[in-house]
Design a protein around this ligand. Sequence first.
Ligand code: DAV
Length: 367
Amino acid sequence: MTKTIVNSWNEWDPLKHVIVGRADDCHIPPAEPALDAKVPEDSDMRGQWGRRPQDTIDRANELLDTFAAQLEARGICVDRPTPIDHSKPVTTPDFHTDSQFGCMPPRDVLLTVGNEILEATMSYRCRWFEYLNYRPLMQKYWEEDPNFRHEAAPKPRLTDADYHPDYLSEKIGVEKRLQWAAEKFFVTTEEEPLFDAADVLRFGRDLVVQHGFTTNLKGIEWLRRHFPDHRVHAVNFPGDPYPIHIDATFTPLRPGLILNNPQRRLPEEQRKMFNDNGWEIVDAAQPSHNQPPPLCYSSVWLSMNVLVLDPKTVCVEKSEVWQAEQMDKLGMEVVEVDLRDAYAFGGGLHCSTADVYREGTCEDYFP
Ligand code: DAV
């Protein structure tokens, strides 16, 4: 008898098995082009690097462990990665960086499409070896599930040719950044295919991919050729001056309903597939906070970085009361999860997890 371990086609079918990241040994990596482009100009992180303070690691782990236990209490199987030593440098024939990032957040590295888990190329040098944190799990799934496809996208060179030097100046200013984002002039060049898994949203037969700092057009074309049975759609959100990862911008909750960040609206001409098929795109509620927590890369919009457990149930961060209220109005049962003190490690509830198994099959929502 064969056992199916890996199966997940979208962001909302009933979740049965998931990976939750760990904060162990997470580092703030030294400066490098694509990472610097994402750190807001007024951030407390500019110029800092090294291992994150132990008390923040312990606190984040406490919250991640509690989140995992909450999921398990709902009958969801939870796996955890095995941290490698992130203080080790990354040296290849093409580049060197003095430390790595961590084993958070798994959503950035692992893209689950059906019976496949694909390791993304990544676009930060400090994240080049991040997949190693998940290899023990990938090997286990591979041993136990004869249909599991474990795939890795070609490792990129990540030479200086991958990054636009214009983004390396200290002070660019938000106005200039917004203009560049509108022109789709991002920090990464088209030297070679680059993508982070968290730029991809799964809608059954359709994959919606954000073109931004961490995913370039060649990365999207690579995904198109790699998944020939899917339709792959490139989207971009001109209102975001630091566009990385789609999951604090565009959040499908169930078939027919998507939350969109009101500061990063999907351009009208990219809405056709949703409009034509009766999907509703609603503005997400305002975040509860004016500032991200200390030493955090992400924006306050982690408020909408929710984890959907099934089309009627969603995990929302505990302090995000406006987002929870909106979910309630949209007919979703809200599960509160305390995770804000782990945001600094790379993101919210969606980021901190990666799908292994959701019930359901590959459906065509945009026929
Ligand atoms: O709004 O800073 C964060 C997404 C993290 N995966 C933002 C995007």
